[in-house]
Design a protein around this ligand. Sequence first.
Ligand SMILES: [Zn+2]
Length: 322
Amino acid sequence: MTYPQLKYANVPLDRADALRRDPDWLANRLRHPYTNVIPVWRDRNLIKGSETPHMHIALCRQETGARVIEAATELVFLGGTDNDLAFFAADLSDCEETEAVDLAGGGSFLDLRSVGPLVDSKQAALMAYARGMLYWHRQHRYCGRCGQATGSRDGGHRRQCTNPDCGHKTFPRTDPAVIMLVEYRPEDGAPPMCLLGNHHRLPANVYSTLAGFVEPGESLEETVAREVFEEVGVKVAQVAYQASQPWPFPASIMLGFRAQAETTDLVVDQNELKEARWFTAEEIRTFGEWGDESISFCWPRKDSIARFLVESWVKEVSRFTS
Ligand SMILES: [Zn+2]
């Protein structure tokens, strides 16, 4: 493939859309001893092994898989493999944590935000997909139109209102958010600079790209321009798409852009950011890794599209200026 391979994307399964609507096939796969069940407990994924590289996703099969299927409040068919192995996500959130761990044959339920950077991309994508689908189910138990209970359909890829006079259908959703690297290329030949900010939710020395949610009635390019102006008072032009990444924390897709700044004076919105600054590529190359408290500035987290956008820019500018 020619596009960037970012973490949490590229689930290693055939999503098998046609099979989702075949209840007999789904029931048969749920009884199959080698069906893989991915347990999720209150948005946390089950992990075996305590440290990288031994840390890995827990896949329950045979008796353990059957036990988890029996106890689950929601099951979602995630897809299959070339060998006809099926994968399901199972929600154990109604159990107590220790009960859920015992049912699933041991391990620890951990937040994907802490585990994602430590496991390989295929496992991270499977965990993100399972977590994202089950999060959606828990948020859509009741009909948004008439308030009655909804039920899962199509292997967990649709919910439908159980009120026969309503029957409203809802589908899994993901909230679009833009994330942008803003650059400024001075006309006097001085080194290009990029704009990074320290968000309130980040450690004090982590500097990352700006981001924000798309609002109804906006194009993605408009959102990029609006968010940059709101957060730091910079006007941008030439907004260009770069890459995207599913970001299931809890339910977004991050749409990555590069934007050219027309102005450089910063007016930081303190509600959004603690600080924002312009950096040259040379300065960014000296950044430390997330968690290094001995250094003034750190990169965004390794599994994020923010990291990809900043690294791509640093590489490109370094080629351009060397
Ligand atoms: Zn309804």
